[in-house]
Write a protein that binds this ligand. Structure first.
Ligand code: GLN
Length: 446
Protein backbone atom coordinates (compact mmCIF):
# COMPACT_ATOMS: atom_id res chain seq x y z
CA UNK A 1 0.00 0.00 0.00
CA UNK A 2 2.88 2.35 0.74
CA UNK A 3 4.41 1.72 -2.68
CA UNK A 4 1.03 2.09 -4.43
CA UNK A 5 0.50 5.41 -2.66
CA UNK A 6 3.93 6.54 -3.74
CA UNK A 7 3.20 5.57 -7.35
CA UNK A 8 0.00 7.65 -7.19
CA UNK A 9 1.83 10.62 -5.71
CA UNK A 10 5.03 10.59 -7.81
CA UNK A 11 4.03 9.07 -11.14
CA UNK A 12 2.71 12.48 -12.27
CA UNK A 13 6.24 13.81 -11.64
CA UNK A 14 8.47 11.14 -13.24
CA UNK A 15 6.02 9.24 -15.53
CA UNK A 16 7.80 5.98 -14.61
CA UNK A 17 4.78 3.67 -14.58
CA UNK A 18 2.50 3.38 -17.62
CA UNK A 19 -0.08 1.03 -16.10
CA UNK A 20 -0.40 0.74 -12.31
CA UNK A 21 -2.10 -2.50 -11.23
CA UNK A 22 -3.23 -1.66 -7.70
CA UNK A 23 -6.08 -4.16 -7.46
CA UNK A 24 -4.03 -7.15 -8.62
CA UNK A 25 -1.17 -6.01 -6.38
CA UNK A 26 -3.31 -5.99 -3.25
CA UNK A 27 -4.71 -9.43 -4.09
CA UNK A 28 -1.18 -10.79 -4.70
CA UNK A 29 -0.02 -9.23 -1.43
CA UNK A 30 -2.84 -10.98 0.43
CA UNK A 31 -1.85 -14.28 -1.15
CA UNK A 32 1.76 -13.64 -0.15
CA UNK A 33 0.67 -12.92 3.44
CA UNK A 34 -1.06 -16.29 3.54
CA UNK A 35 2.02 -18.02 2.24
CA UNK A 36 4.13 -16.32 4.86
CA UNK A 37 1.65 -17.28 7.59
CA UNK A 38 1.71 -20.88 6.36
CA UNK A 39 5.50 -20.92 6.58
CA UNK A 40 5.82 -21.40 2.80
CA UNK A 41 7.55 -18.15 1.95
CA UNK A 42 10.72 -17.87 -0.14
CA UNK A 43 13.08 -14.88 -0.14
CA UNK A 44 10.99 -13.02 -2.76
CA UNK A 45 7.55 -13.71 -1.30
CA UNK A 46 5.61 -10.49 -0.85
CA UNK A 47 8.31 -8.30 -2.39
CA UNK A 48 6.79 -5.73 -4.79
CA UNK A 49 8.21 -4.93 -8.23
CA UNK A 50 7.37 -3.30 -11.54
CA UNK A 51 7.79 -5.08 -14.86
CA UNK A 52 9.13 -3.33 -17.92
CA UNK A 53 6.18 -3.10 -20.29
CA UNK A 54 7.96 -5.37 -22.77
CA UNK A 55 7.09 -8.46 -20.66
CA UNK A 56 3.70 -9.96 -21.51
CA UNK A 57 1.26 -9.97 -18.59
CA UNK A 58 -1.99 -11.88 -18.88
CA UNK A 59 -4.99 -9.59 -18.39
CA UNK A 60 -2.89 -6.42 -18.06
CA UNK A 61 -2.04 -4.25 -21.07
CA UNK A 62 1.43 -4.85 -22.54
CA UNK A 63 2.22 -1.81 -24.71
CA UNK A 64 5.97 -2.08 -25.30
CA UNK A 65 5.89 1.73 -25.14
CA UNK A 66 4.14 1.85 -28.52
CA UNK A 67 0.86 3.09 -29.93
CA UNK A 68 0.95 -0.16 -31.92
CA UNK A 69 0.24 -2.15 -28.74
CA UNK A 70 -1.69 0.49 -26.79
CA UNK A 71 -4.76 -1.80 -26.94
CA UNK A 72 -2.94 -5.13 -26.47
CA UNK A 73 -3.69 -7.55 -23.68
CA UNK A 74 -1.58 -10.67 -23.80
CA UNK A 75 -3.35 -14.02 -23.42
CA UNK A 76 -0.38 -15.36 -21.45
CA UNK A 77 2.40 -14.35 -19.04
CA UNK A 78 6.07 -14.13 -20.01
CA UNK A 79 8.15 -16.83 -18.31
CA UNK A 80 9.92 -14.17 -16.22
CA UNK A 81 6.60 -12.76 -15.05
CA UNK A 82 5.27 -16.23 -14.24
CA UNK A 83 8.39 -17.32 -12.37
CA UNK A 84 8.52 -14.19 -10.21
CA UNK A 85 4.77 -14.40 -9.50
CA UNK A 86 5.20 -18.05 -8.53
CA UNK A 87 7.96 -16.97 -6.14
CA UNK A 88 5.35 -14.70 -4.50
CA UNK A 89 6.43 -11.34 -5.90
CA UNK A 90 3.78 -8.63 -6.16
CA UNK A 91 3.49 -6.71 -9.43
CA UNK A 92 2.71 -3.04 -8.79
CA UNK A 93 2.44 -2.07 -12.44
CA UNK A 94 4.07 -1.89 -15.86
CA UNK A 95 7.00 0.46 -16.35
CA UNK A 96 7.49 3.03 -19.10
CA UNK A 97 10.15 2.34 -21.74
CA UNK A 98 11.45 3.45 -25.11
CA UNK A 99 9.20 2.26 -27.93
CA UNK A 100 10.02 -1.41 -28.61
CA UNK A 101 13.13 -0.85 -26.44
CA UNK A 102 14.74 1.32 -29.12
CA UNK A 103 16.47 4.20 -27.42
CA UNK A 104 18.87 5.28 -24.70
CA UNK A 105 16.82 7.96 -22.95
CA UNK A 106 13.20 6.80 -22.70
CA UNK A 107 12.27 9.67 -25.01
CA UNK A 108 10.87 7.46 -27.81
CA UNK A 109 7.98 6.16 -25.66
CA UNK A 110 4.45 6.71 -26.97
CA UNK A 111 3.58 7.55 -23.34
CA UNK A 112 6.01 10.44 -23.07
CA UNK A 113 9.47 10.83 -21.57
CA UNK A 114 10.44 9.68 -18.07
CA UNK A 115 12.25 12.03 -15.69
CA UNK A 116 15.31 11.05 -13.69
CA UNK A 117 14.45 11.25 -9.96
CA UNK A 118 17.96 12.57 -9.19
CA UNK A 119 17.39 15.58 -11.42
CA UNK A 120 14.07 16.18 -13.15
CA UNK A 121 15.75 17.95 -16.10
CA UNK A 122 17.69 14.78 -16.91
CA UNK A 123 16.74 11.61 -18.78
CA UNK A 124 16.75 8.36 -16.77
CA UNK A 125 18.52 6.52 -19.60
CA UNK A 126 16.88 3.83 -21.67
CA UNK A 127 15.34 1.80 -22.86
CA UNK A 128 14.38 0.52 -19.36
CA UNK A 129 14.01 4.13 -18.16
CA UNK A 130 10.68 3.63 -16.39
CA UNK A 131 12.05 0.64 -14.46
CA UNK A 132 15.09 2.66 -13.39
CA UNK A 133 13.12 5.78 -12.42
CA UNK A 134 10.62 3.66 -10.47
CA UNK A 135 13.34 2.04 -8.35
CA UNK A 136 15.40 5.23 -7.98
CA UNK A 137 12.26 7.17 -6.98
CA UNK A 138 11.38 4.42 -4.48
CA UNK A 139 8.11 3.65 -6.23
CA UNK A 140 9.21 0.01 -6.14
CA UNK A 141 12.12 -1.84 -4.54
CA UNK A 142 12.87 -3.82 -7.71
CA UNK A 143 12.17 -3.95 -11.42
CA UNK A 144 12.70 -6.09 -14.45
CA UNK A 145 14.43 -4.71 -17.51
CA UNK A 146 15.73 -5.94 -20.83
CA UNK A 147 19.11 -5.27 -22.37
CA UNK A 148 19.74 -5.54 -26.11
CA UNK A 149 22.61 -3.06 -26.22
CA UNK A 150 22.72 -1.59 -22.72
CA UNK A 151 19.12 -1.01 -21.71
CA UNK A 152 19.49 -2.42 -18.20
CA UNK A 153 23.02 -1.23 -17.43
CA UNK A 154 22.85 2.31 -18.83
CA UNK A 155 19.62 3.39 -17.06
CA UNK A 156 20.88 1.70 -13.87
CA UNK A 157 24.05 3.79 -14.16
CA UNK A 158 22.21 7.04 -14.90
CA UNK A 159 19.79 6.50 -11.99
CA UNK A 160 22.33 5.34 -9.38
CA UNK A 161 21.17 1.70 -9.28
CA UNK A 162 22.54 -1.79 -9.74
CA UNK A 163 21.49 -3.61 -12.91
CA UNK A 164 22.54 -6.91 -14.43
CA UNK A 165 22.39 -8.15 -18.00
CA UNK A 166 22.80 -11.91 -17.63
CA UNK A 167 24.56 -14.20 -20.12
CA UNK A 168 22.54 -14.62 -23.31
CA UNK A 169 20.33 -17.67 -22.69
CA UNK A 170 20.39 -17.42 -18.87
CA UNK A 171 16.90 -15.88 -18.59
CA UNK A 172 14.00 -16.98 -20.79
CA UNK A 173 12.89 -14.64 -23.57
CA UNK A 174 9.48 -16.32 -23.84
CA UNK A 175 6.82 -13.64 -23.70
CA UNK A 176 9.38 -10.83 -23.88
CA UNK A 177 8.47 -8.83 -26.99
CA UNK A 178 11.33 -9.34 -29.45
CA UNK A 179 13.52 -6.45 -30.58
CA UNK A 180 16.78 -8.09 -31.76
CA UNK A 181 16.47 -11.75 -30.85
CA UNK A 182 20.17 -12.64 -30.88
CA UNK A 183 20.95 -9.80 -28.43
CA UNK A 184 17.87 -9.43 -26.17
CA UNK A 185 18.21 -10.57 -22.58
CA UNK A 186 16.03 -9.86 -19.55
CA UNK A 187 17.47 -9.12 -16.14
CA UNK A 188 16.97 -7.45 -12.76
CA UNK A 189 17.33 -3.82 -11.61
CA UNK A 190 17.46 -2.89 -7.91
CA UNK A 191 19.41 -0.82 -5.42
CA UNK A 192 22.07 -3.37 -4.53
CA UNK A 193 23.76 -6.53 -5.77
CA UNK A 194 22.27 -8.31 -2.78
CA UNK A 195 18.82 -7.63 -4.24
CA UNK A 196 19.96 -8.52 -7.76
CA UNK A 197 21.20 -11.90 -6.50
CA UNK A 198 17.75 -12.79 -5.13
CA UNK A 199 15.97 -11.52 -8.22
CA UNK A 200 18.24 -13.31 -10.68
CA UNK A 201 17.75 -16.52 -8.71
CA UNK A 202 14.01 -16.12 -9.31
CA UNK A 203 14.32 -15.28 -13.01
CA UNK A 204 17.06 -17.58 -14.33
CA UNK A 205 16.71 -21.12 -15.58
CA UNK A 206 16.05 -23.31 -18.57
CA UNK A 207 12.78 -22.81 -20.45
CA UNK A 208 11.75 -25.23 -23.19
CA UNK A 209 9.64 -22.42 -24.71
CA UNK A 210 12.75 -20.39 -25.63
CA UNK A 211 14.98 -22.25 -28.09
CA UNK A 212 18.05 -20.22 -27.05
CA UNK A 213 17.53 -20.81 -23.33
CA UNK A 214 20.50 -22.71 -21.89
CA UNK A 215 20.18 -25.67 -19.53
CA UNK A 216 22.80 -24.66 -17.01
CA UNK A 217 22.55 -25.02 -13.25
CA UNK A 218 21.25 -21.91 -11.40
CA UNK A 219 23.54 -21.36 -8.41
CA UNK A 220 22.54 -19.66 -5.16
CA UNK A 221 23.75 -16.19 -6.11
CA UNK A 222 23.44 -14.92 -2.52
CA UNK A 223 25.79 -17.53 -1.11
CA UNK A 224 28.94 -16.20 -2.80
CA UNK A 225 28.19 -12.48 -2.48
CA UNK A 226 30.61 -11.79 0.35
CA UNK A 227 33.68 -13.58 -0.97
CA UNK A 228 36.95 -11.70 -0.81
CA UNK A 229 38.26 -10.07 -3.97
CA UNK A 230 41.88 -10.53 -2.91
CA UNK A 231 43.88 -11.83 -5.87
CA UNK A 232 41.03 -11.15 -8.30
CA UNK A 233 42.43 -10.25 -11.72
CA UNK A 234 40.70 -7.18 -13.13
CA UNK A 235 41.26 -6.18 -16.75
CA UNK A 236 40.86 -2.52 -17.64
CA UNK A 237 40.49 -2.11 -21.41
CA UNK A 238 42.31 0.93 -22.71
CA UNK A 239 39.63 1.32 -25.41
CA UNK A 240 37.07 2.17 -22.67
CA UNK A 241 39.06 5.19 -21.49
CA UNK A 242 39.71 6.99 -24.77
CA UNK A 243 38.16 9.87 -26.61
CA UNK A 244 34.50 10.58 -25.81
CA UNK A 245 34.74 9.66 -22.12
CA UNK A 246 33.83 12.59 -19.91
CA UNK A 247 36.91 13.36 -17.75
CA UNK A 248 34.84 13.64 -14.56
CA UNK A 249 33.19 10.26 -15.22
CA UNK A 250 36.65 8.85 -15.82
CA UNK A 251 37.86 10.14 -12.47
CA UNK A 252 34.94 8.51 -10.61
CA UNK A 253 35.39 5.17 -12.41
CA UNK A 254 39.16 5.12 -11.79
CA UNK A 255 38.46 5.90 -8.15
CA UNK A 256 36.15 2.88 -7.99
CA UNK A 257 38.78 0.60 -9.54
CA UNK A 258 41.29 1.86 -6.95
CA UNK A 259 39.01 0.54 -4.21
CA UNK A 260 39.49 -2.97 -5.63
CA UNK A 261 43.22 -2.44 -5.82
CA UNK A 262 43.21 -1.57 -2.13
CA UNK A 263 41.20 -4.74 -1.43
CA UNK A 264 44.02 -6.79 -2.95
CA UNK A 265 42.83 -7.20 -6.53
CA UNK A 266 45.36 -7.14 -9.32
CA UNK A 267 44.63 -4.52 -11.98
CA UNK A 268 45.93 -5.10 -15.52
CA UNK A 269 45.58 -2.99 -18.63
CA UNK A 270 44.08 -5.06 -21.43
CA UNK A 271 42.99 -4.41 -24.99
CA UNK A 272 39.71 -5.21 -26.73
CA UNK A 273 40.80 -3.92 -30.14
CA UNK A 274 37.61 -4.71 -32.05
CA UNK A 275 35.17 -3.14 -29.61
CA UNK A 276 35.60 0.15 -31.48
CA UNK A 277 33.48 -1.43 -34.22
CA UNK A 278 30.62 -2.25 -31.89
CA UNK A 279 28.49 0.84 -32.61
CA UNK A 280 28.38 0.31 -36.41
CA UNK A 281 28.07 -3.48 -36.05
CA UNK A 282 25.24 -3.24 -33.52
CA UNK A 283 23.39 -0.62 -35.55
CA UNK A 284 23.35 -2.99 -38.54
CA UNK A 285 22.50 -6.24 -36.72
CA UNK A 286 19.91 -4.88 -34.26
CA UNK A 287 17.84 -3.01 -36.89
CA UNK A 288 18.08 -5.99 -39.26
CA UNK A 289 16.62 -8.33 -36.66
CA UNK A 290 14.10 -5.68 -35.59
CA UNK A 291 12.86 -5.17 -39.14
CA UNK A 292 12.14 -8.89 -39.32
CA UNK A 293 10.59 -9.17 -35.83
CA UNK A 294 8.37 -6.11 -36.29
CA UNK A 295 6.87 -7.40 -39.53
CA UNK A 296 4.30 -9.25 -37.37
CA UNK A 297 2.60 -5.94 -36.54
CA UNK A 298 0.43 -5.77 -39.63
CA UNK A 299 -2.82 -4.32 -38.30
CA UNK A 300 -4.57 -7.64 -38.87
CA UNK A 301 -3.95 -10.06 -36.02
CA UNK A 302 -3.65 -7.80 -32.98
CA UNK A 303 -2.53 -4.32 -32.05
CA UNK A 304 -3.29 -1.02 -33.74
CA UNK A 305 -5.42 -0.92 -36.90
CA UNK A 306 -6.09 2.25 -38.91
CA UNK A 307 -9.63 3.48 -39.48
CA UNK A 308 -11.49 2.61 -42.68
CA UNK A 309 -8.74 1.00 -44.77
CA UNK A 310 -9.41 1.24 -48.53
CA UNK A 311 -7.81 -2.14 -49.24
CA UNK A 312 -5.28 -4.57 -47.78
CA UNK A 313 -2.24 -2.55 -48.79
CA UNK A 314 -3.73 0.62 -47.34
CA UNK A 315 -4.44 -1.32 -44.11
CA UNK A 316 -0.80 -2.39 -43.81
CA UNK A 317 0.63 0.98 -44.73
CA UNK A 318 -1.52 3.16 -42.53
CA UNK A 319 -1.64 0.79 -39.55
CA UNK A 320 2.16 0.65 -39.48
CA UNK A 321 2.56 4.30 -40.48
CA UNK A 322 0.30 5.49 -37.66
CA UNK A 323 1.16 2.80 -35.09
CA UNK A 324 4.97 3.13 -35.07
CA UNK A 325 6.97 6.17 -33.96
CA UNK A 326 9.90 7.78 -35.78
CA UNK A 327 12.76 5.83 -34.16
CA UNK A 328 11.07 2.48 -34.84
CA UNK A 329 10.54 3.49 -38.47
CA UNK A 330 14.18 4.53 -38.76
CA UNK A 331 15.29 1.09 -37.52
CA UNK A 332 12.91 -0.75 -39.87
CA UNK A 333 14.25 1.24 -42.83
CA UNK A 334 17.90 0.68 -41.90
CA UNK A 335 17.32 -3.01 -41.18
CA UNK A 336 15.35 -3.72 -44.33
CA UNK A 337 18.06 -2.01 -46.38
CA UNK A 338 20.86 -3.97 -44.69
CA UNK A 339 19.07 -7.27 -45.38
CA UNK A 340 18.07 -6.56 -48.97
CA UNK A 341 19.53 -8.52 -51.87
CA UNK A 342 22.65 -6.78 -53.12
CA UNK A 343 23.44 -5.17 -49.75
CA UNK A 344 23.23 -8.24 -47.51
CA UNK A 345 26.87 -9.27 -48.06
CA UNK A 346 28.21 -5.77 -47.67
CA UNK A 347 26.35 -4.93 -44.46
CA UNK A 348 24.65 -7.75 -42.59
CA UNK A 349 27.14 -10.51 -43.39
CA UNK A 350 30.10 -8.21 -42.75
CA UNK A 351 28.61 -7.09 -39.44
CA UNK A 352 28.20 -10.73 -38.37
CA UNK A 353 31.85 -11.41 -39.21
CA UNK A 354 33.04 -8.45 -37.16
CA UNK A 355 30.71 -9.54 -34.37
CA UNK A 356 32.72 -12.76 -34.15
CA UNK A 357 35.94 -10.74 -33.82
CA UNK A 358 34.40 -8.72 -30.99
CA UNK A 359 33.38 -11.92 -29.22
CA UNK A 360 36.88 -13.35 -29.68
CA UNK A 361 38.34 -10.22 -28.00
CA UNK A 362 36.34 -11.02 -24.85
CA UNK A 363 37.15 -14.73 -24.94
CA UNK A 364 40.86 -13.94 -25.19
CA UNK A 365 40.79 -11.28 -22.48
CA UNK A 366 38.81 -13.47 -20.08
CA UNK A 367 41.44 -16.20 -20.33
CA UNK A 368 43.83 -13.73 -18.69
CA UNK A 369 41.62 -11.85 -16.25
CA UNK A 370 38.58 -12.75 -14.12
CA UNK A 371 36.51 -9.65 -14.86
CA UNK A 372 36.72 -6.53 -16.99
CA UNK A 373 35.94 -3.08 -15.58
CA UNK A 374 35.19 0.29 -17.08
CA UNK A 375 32.52 2.97 -17.31
CA UNK A 376 28.94 1.96 -18.16
CA UNK A 377 28.23 5.19 -20.00
CA UNK A 378 30.59 7.86 -21.36
CA UNK A 379 28.64 10.66 -19.64
CA UNK A 380 26.22 11.15 -16.79
CA UNK A 381 22.52 11.59 -17.60
CA UNK A 382 22.03 14.26 -20.26
CA UNK A 383 19.09 16.67 -20.34
CA UNK A 384 15.71 15.78 -21.75
CA UNK A 385 15.61 16.90 -25.40
CA UNK A 386 19.38 17.36 -25.65
CA UNK A 387 20.05 14.48 -28.08
CA UNK A 388 16.68 13.81 -29.69
CA UNK A 389 17.58 15.54 -32.97
CA UNK A 390 20.85 13.67 -33.40
CA UNK A 391 20.42 9.89 -33.62
CA UNK A 392 24.17 9.26 -33.99
CA UNK A 393 24.90 11.19 -30.79
CA UNK A 394 22.21 9.10 -29.09
CA UNK A 395 23.70 5.84 -30.45
CA UNK A 396 27.10 6.80 -29.02
CA UNK A 397 25.59 6.65 -25.51
CA UNK A 398 25.88 2.87 -25.87
CA UNK A 399 29.54 2.73 -26.84
CA UNK A 400 30.64 0.73 -23.74
CA UNK A 401 27.63 -1.54 -23.44
CA UNK A 402 26.94 -2.83 -26.97
CA UNK A 403 29.97 -5.14 -27.27
CA UNK A 404 28.79 -7.13 -24.24
CA UNK A 405 25.53 -8.05 -26.00
CA UNK A 406 27.34 -8.79 -29.26
CA UNK A 407 29.56 -11.24 -27.36
CA UNK A 408 26.71 -12.62 -25.21
CA UNK A 409 28.68 -12.32 -21.94
CA UNK A 410 27.11 -10.95 -18.73
CA UNK A 411 27.52 -7.32 -17.66
CA UNK A 412 26.72 -5.51 -14.42
CA UNK A 413 26.48 -1.82 -13.59
CA UNK A 414 26.86 -0.63 -10.00
CA UNK A 415 26.74 2.91 -8.59
CA UNK A 416 30.23 4.41 -8.40
CA UNK A 417 29.66 8.04 -7.40
CA UNK A 418 28.35 11.31 -8.73
CA UNK A 419 29.33 14.12 -11.07
CA UNK A 420 27.47 17.33 -10.27
CA UNK A 421 24.68 15.47 -8.54
CA UNK A 422 24.16 12.95 -11.35
CA UNK A 423 25.07 9.28 -10.78
CA UNK A 424 27.97 7.42 -12.46
CA UNK A 425 28.00 3.65 -13.05
CA UNK A 426 30.91 1.21 -12.91
CA UNK A 427 30.54 -1.62 -15.41
CA UNK A 428 31.78 -5.13 -14.53
CA UNK A 429 31.90 -7.67 -17.37
CA UNK A 430 32.55 -11.38 -16.88
CA UNK A 431 32.71 -14.75 -18.56
CA UNK A 432 29.70 -16.75 -19.75
CA UNK A 433 27.50 -17.80 -16.79
CA UNK A 434 29.77 -16.07 -14.28
CA UNK A 435 26.96 -13.88 -12.88
CA UNK A 436 27.73 -15.04 -9.32
CA UNK A 437 31.20 -13.57 -9.59
CA UNK A 438 29.94 -10.28 -11.04
CA UNK A 439 27.49 -9.91 -8.16
CA UNK A 440 30.22 -10.76 -5.66
CA UNK A 441 32.50 -8.13 -7.19
CA UNK A 442 29.75 -5.51 -7.32
CA UNK A 443 28.70 -6.26 -3.74
CA UNK A 444 32.22 -5.55 -2.51
CA UNK A 445 31.69 -1.94 -3.42
CA UNK A 446 28.33 -1.48 -1.65
N1 GLN B 1 20.15 2.08 -26.92
C1 GLN B 1 20.23 0.88 -27.70
C2 GLN B 1 19.25 0.92 -28.83
O1 GLN B 1 18.60 1.90 -28.98
C3 GLN B 1 20.02 -0.32 -26.84
C4 GLN B 1 18.61 -0.52 -26.47
C5 GLN B 1 18.38 -1.78 -25.68
O2 GLN B 1 19.29 -2.33 -25.06
N2 GLN B 1 17.16 -2.24 -25.74
O3 GLN B 1 19.11 0.02 -29.59
Amino acid sequence: EAFLARIDALNPVTNAVITPTAEQALAAADAADQRIAAGEAGPLTGVPLVHKDIFCTQGVRTSCGSRMLDNFESPYDATVVRKLADAGMVMLGKANMDEFAMGSSNETSFYGPVKNPWDLDAVPGGSSGGSAAAVAGRLAPAATGTDTGGSIRQPAALCGLSGLKPTYGRVSRYGMIAFASSLDQGGPMARTCEDLALLLGGMAGFDGRDSTSVDHVVPDYSETLSRSVKGLKIGVPKEFFGEGLDPEVRRVVEGAIDVYREEGAEIREISLPNTRHSVPVYYVIAPAEASSNLSRFDGVRYGYRCDNPADLEDLYKRSRGEGFGDEVKRRILVGTYALSAGYYDAYYLKAQQVRRLIRDDFTRALEEVDVIMGPTSPTVAFNIGERTDDPVQMYLSDVYTLAVNLAGVPGLSVPAGFVQGRPVGLQVIGNYFDEARLLNVGHKFQ
